[in-house]
Design a protein around this ligand. Structure first.
Ligand code: CA
Length: 233
């Protein structure tokens, strides 16, 4: 059974979310205090986390960052739920490791659709065991990416982005096609979101000081290319 962890300090919202998620057949666990989130997630191992931005004690964004640094929780999908509607906050939420972002008041059917879409896109692939390009290898069974001897830590969205780039090395994939492949063409996701996740992917891939391996082609898209080093983003 798919387990969804609700991190929210407003009782009424917890009740509403629990009711709707359980009606859809999900198992739920609710955490109302920011300081309990990491320990509960480590024990309960949820399949997805709905994370409120404004929480007592620890802010959602800090929890998000901490989850992405944790070996056990780094690939758990996260949807940030927030009262903030500013574009800058959205980009900030995504760049701290959230996979999706919804602004309150959100529509329950839309939230359910996004949860379904996010869960579908993080399902393990069974068609191939691994992919490789230059010093990069992707192991599907272990959900692990290596650059040379170094393990590259990626969230689920970055993993999927890299997968599509690695399936067609050297080929420029447009932001529109990446959006369709990774996000299932959701009308709620903007093209800029692709750029935010590519930036995170690139940072993780080059973290050890390796040459840039993602080529940005202005107004066209992105490609995996070992001669990308000279490009600026
Ligand atoms: Ca709150």
């Amino acid at each position: 059974m798919t387990k969804i962890m609700i991190v929210e300090d407003e009782t009424a919202l917890v009740t509403l979310l629990k009711y709707n998620l359980e009606k859809q057949g999900y198992e739920t666990i609710a955490v109302m205090d920011g300081k309990d989130v990491i320990s509960t997630a480590l024990t309960e191992k949820p399949d997805l986390v709905l994370l409120d931005w404004m929480l007592p004690n620890i802010q959602g964004i800090d929890i998000c960052r901490e989850m992405r640094r944790s070996y056990e929780l780094r690939s758990t999908p996260i949807i940030m739920l927030t009262a903030r509607g500013e574009e800058a906050d959205k980009v900030r939420g995504l760049s701290f490791g959230a996979d999706d972002y919804m602004t309150k008041p959100y529509s329950i059917p839309e939230l359910m659709a996004r949860i379904g879409a996010l869960l579908r896109r993080v399902q393990p692939e069974n068609r191939q065991d691994n992919l490789s390009y230059e010093d990069l290898t992707m192991d599907f069974a272990k959900r692990r990416v290596m650059r040379g001897d170094r393990a590259v830590h990626l969230g689920p969205t970055e993993f999927r982005l890299l997968q599509y780039l690695m399936e067609k090395p050297g080929i420029v994939l447009s932001r529109e096609s990446l959006l369709k492949l990774v996000w299932g063409g959701s009308i709620h996701v903007e093209l800029r979101t692709v750029d935010v996740h590519i930036r995170r992917l690139r940072r993780a891939l080059n973290e050890g000081g390796e040459p840039d391996i993602i080529r940005t082609v202005r107004s066209a898209g992105y490609a995996l290319d070992s001669s990308a080093g000279e490009d600026e983003e």
